[in-house]
Design a protein. Structure first.
Length: 483
């Protein structure tokens, strides 16, 4: 059956690949010795993680007094970094679930790494609520467990409890979704392996044989999990935004927070996927599978969500002015002109102005600019969380309690340590599992492989030329007949 391909659509798989070459290329990083760049990155990540663990140990031993929180600013880098990491975890599920439901073929090159990134980012985020409680040994009080503590029970009206339900559900569904996609690929590696590796991948692939029944059930499960995941993309960051929106503090008590947090989460998540994929495609030699077309599609999403975030910022300013409520007006004026003015302008520059470059195809398709912009966006999104939390709390109703917050070395160390954890997990994953989904790449080879797309283009141009020649002959014939 011939496949209709738009003549303007770029191929998603370069290098005129065969099915066998796809398997060889994508399995290679899991079967060969790691390159020197991978080893250096892994050692650096483990050292960074070890420093983060030391800082967490220091915090648990000496207590939260080692953080520079005070009576005015009770939330600092802990909640800022928690919200930032949760936001980064949003792109994976969006790429996997929502784009799967919309049948977008370009997701196949980046979905596996994006799903892994989601899981690792949520693990990094989960560290902060656990360690910020001070008495870490009673952290199980978070959960609504049957207990013998009398009336001591969780507050079901608190968005902090809703957070736990939302994030644990999100993590579980994302993990299932990611692992489901890995099963056929683990079976591919199993069939190529021997000895202990064969037994390990046999266990991981659940005895997958590739029969029609297995594929049919796999497709059904993927669609069901995608259907469950799609609302979760919207609900998780909505509930995180309720941590602020359900309070009565001016600058937080606003109804625009849920959509604005969701747009910001997708925005920062896609930027982090770009950062990782640009490095991964270079180090693991996967340029034919993670192409400039993938980058351009993701840049369009970054442009769209960045513009949404910009509209949300301006809407907040307008509503603060329009409300006539002096405390709300002061909260926003203080963000732009107060002691934290630098973080507000950093946020505006990185999140609103810089993505506008992606209106131009030259920037959208440039590897260099995409990498620079992806880092800019995540710096900007971190500033956004810091602006919302620190600047709002720093100026209270009573000027005598006004304060200024800077993080201590312990807070900085824990944040840096989460990067160590994230990259240690990601680099380990890239050695154990295929970073690109083999089965899904093969499913689009006939419709999006370079040799097929280019042959369709050639046929298309040939047909157009034939049509032009025919039209020309017809016109000449009619002219002669008229004479």
């Amino acid at each position: 059956m011939s496949v209709v391909v738009s003549p303007i659509r770029e191929p998603l798989i370069g290098g005129n690949k065969t099915y066998h070459q796809i398997t060889e290329d994508i399995c290679a990083p899991t079967e060969t010795t790691p390159p020197k760049s991978w080893v250096i990155a892994f050692i650096a990540s483990v050292i960074t993680l070890a420093y983060g663990l030391f800082c967490i140990g220091w915090l648990i031993y000496f207590g939260t007094g080692t953080w520079n929180l005070n009576r005015t600013i009770g939330w600092g880098w802990d909640i800022t970094n928690f919200v930032w990491w949760i936001g980064i975890g949003h792109a994976g599920t969006l790429i996997s679930a929502i784009l799967l439901l919309f049948r977008q073929k370009w997701r196949t090159g980046v979905n596996r790494a994006a799903e892994a990134m989601t899981i690792f980012a949520v693990i990094c985020a989960a560290i902060f609520p656990v360690i910020h409680v001070g008495r870490i040994w009673v952290v199980f009080y978070f959960f609504p467990l049957p207990n013998t503590r009398g009336p001591l029970w969780v507050n079901f009206n608190s968005p902090l409890l809703w957070d736990i339900f939302a994030i644990s559900t999100y993590f579980t569904v994302s993990l299932l979704f990611w692992y489901t996609g890995l099963v056929p690929d683990f079976a591919t590696i199993r069939d190529r392996a021997s000895g202990f590796r064969k037994k390990l991948y046999q266990f991981l692939s659940f005895g997958w044989t590739g029969s029609a029944k297995h594929w049919q059930r796999w497709e059904s499960l993927s669609l069901v999990l995608a259907g469950i995941s799609a609302p979760l993309v919207l609900s998780v960051h909505t509930i995180v935004s309720f941590d602020f929106a359900t309070s009565i503090i001016p600058g937080w008590h606003t109804t625009i927070f849920p959509p604005y947090f969701v747009a910001g989460a997708i925005f920062s998540g896609f930027a982090m996927v770009q950062t990782l994929m640009l490095v991964t495609r270079h180090v693991l030699k996967l340029e034919d599978y993670i192409t400039v077309s993938h980058m351009e599609s993701m840049n369009k999403v970054i442009l769209f969500t960045g513009t949404m975030v910009g509209v949300a910022y301006l809407t907040e300013l307008f509503i603060a002015w329009y409300s006539g409520y002096v405390y709300e007006q002061f909260a926003f004026l203080n963000r732009a002109t107060g002691i934290y003015w630098w973080s507000y302008f950093g946020m505006m520059t990185c999140n609103v102005l810089s993505p506008q470059l992606f209106w131009f195809k030259k920037f959208r398709t440039s590897i260099f600019w995409t990498f620079i912009m992806s880092i800019f966006v995540n710096i900007g999104m971190w500033f956004e969380r810091f602006v919302i939390i620190a600047t709002t709390l720093a100026r209270d109703y009573i000027p005598s309690s006004w304060s200024y917050y800077t993080p201590s070395w312990v807070e900085i160390g824990i944040y840096v340590g989460t990067f160590g954890l994230f990259f240690t997990l990601y680099l380990g994953f890239s050695r154990v599992a295929p970073v690109v989904a083999i089965a899904e790449i093969k499913s689009i080879l006939k419709s999006s492989g370079s040799q097929y797309v280019n042959s369709h283009k050639d046929n298309h141009h040939h047909n157009i030329n034939e049509q032009h020649a025919l039209d020309h002959l017809t016109a000449e014939h009619e002219g002669e007949h008229h004479h």
